[in-house]
Design a binder for this molecule. Structure first.
Ligand SMILES: Cc1ncc(COP(=O)(O)O)c(C=O)c1O
Length: 387
């Protein structure tokens, strides 16, 4: 037994994952393996830091103290080998807010913004809702995972994109992009004068054989051309506390980004977000190592189960994230039939692949960041739904 085996009742906590399925899927009582949060408590040090702050009892306006900045700086250096300066940090409530802010700060209405589908849905939304144009250079699925089509990528850049939204590690495909891949797309973006927003929210959740590389850490030129987004929310399961960080070395870009945030009327993080973020980055490393081991076991279990019971479904090899991207195309079901089978027969909530744009049709995304017993229940339901 590990701490991650504990089954915590999340009902009556206004949990999106557990209590919003009726609203999102049209059905209550679904087994929830969809939205990306974990059914685990964060490190004890985080809970205690929040409790201590709550006990103080006064919750006035709060700034980001030096100790929080140092905790972030030390974490990025220790975990990812990237030496950053605290003055490069800007704080946002979430990474999606940071993406939208970058779109607003660095592009104009009608400008073209590049992404690689299938990819996290708000990438599309933040471009479109800001009246910019989505330019897609789709990823190619090969046997061992998604690959970049450099010709299409370069053609898209040639068409005049001002900003590229990179997802590293990749949600939903689980790729942890290599140094070679990142260097190549990074150089192309420099060549065509395209800024990069690198969403690295999943960067701490990488399986042991792989290594996350912040694209901004590769060369000096790239460090000046990238806005990197990180957050303790995925790593330590703190999404409800809404704290994230944009790392922007380039002074001019940082100023533009900051001014745009201020125009939105956004000035600082929530007091508890700051407290939790500092404690997590300062004291959460041992917990994270245990978490990754646990996720690795869940992943192996799920892959074995699929091979044995649902061999028609193949899982795109996960290198990072706690999400499995399941290729159901061999079942020959339309997205609608797949959805109905999962919801009606399986009583199982998974993310439909079509949400992730072209290339997502016929896939579903399963979140395995839960106690093993929950995973077993979910897999059983998947089998009942699709057998
Ligand atoms: C790639 C990616 N970016 C951003 C987010 C959400 O970030 P936030 O809650 O900080 O806005 C997620 C959540 O699943 C994600 O997968």
């Amino acid at each position: 037994m590990t701490i991650f085996d504990e089954k915590i009742d999340r009902l009556n906590t206004a949990s999106v994952k557990w209590e919003a399925t009726k609203e999102v899927f049209g059905e209550a009582d679904l087994w929830p393996m969809w939205v990306a949060d974990m059914d685990f408590k964060p490190p004890q040090a985080v809970i205690e830091a929040i409790q201590k702050r709550a006990d103080h009892g006064v919750f006035g306006y709060t700034f980001i103290p030096e100790s929080t900045k140092q905790a972030i700086q030390a974490w990025v250096l220790k975990r990812h080998g990237w030496s950053i300066d605290p003055s490069w940090l800007i704080y946002c409530s979430g990474v999606v807010q940071a993406i939208s802010t970058a779109v607003q700060a660095f592009t104009e209405e009608g400008d073209r913004v590049l992404l690689q589908s299938p990819v996290y849905t708000p990438f599309f939304n933040m471009i479109e809702q800001n009246n910019r144009i989505v330019v897609n250079a789709p990823l190619i699925l090969e046997n061992d995972g998604y690959k970049i089509d450099y010709t299409r990528f370069e053609d898209a850049l040639k068409s005049g994109c001002k900003l590229f939204l990179l997802c590293n590690p990749h949600n939903p495909g689980g790729r942890v992009w290599t140094k070679e891949e990142l260097s190549r797309i990074g150089e192309l973006c420099l060549k065509y004068n395209c800024l990069i927003l690198s969403d690295e929210i999943h960067s701490d959740l990488v399986y042991k054989e792989y290594k996350h590389i912040p694209i901004a850490s590769l060369t000096n030129d790239l460090s000046e051309n990238v806005i990197t987004c990180i957050a303790p929310s995925k790593t330590f399961n703190l999404a409800g506390l809404q704290a994230s960080v944009a790392i922007i070395k380039n002074t001019k870009l940082r100023k533009q980004f900051d001014e745009t945030l201020k125009r939105q009327g956004y000035f600082s993080l929530n007091t508890f977000g700051i407290t939790a973020m500092e404690a997590a980055y300062r004291d959460g490393e041992a917990w994270l190592e245990e978490l990754i081991d646990y996720l690795q076991e869940n992943k192996q279990y799920a892959l074995r189960f699929l091979q044995e019971h649902l061999p028609e479904i193949s899982c795109v090899k996960p290198e990072g994230t706690y999400l499995l991207w399941l290729d159901c195309r061999k079942l020959g079901l339309s997205d609608e039939k797949l959805r109905t089978a999962l919801l009606q027969k399986g009583k199982l909530a998974l993310e439909p692949g079509s949400k992730y744009g072209p290339g997502g049709e016929g896939f579903v995304r399963m979140n395995i960041a839960c106690p093993k017993d929950y995973l077993m229940e979910g897999l059983k339901r998947l089998k009942n739904a699709l057998k």
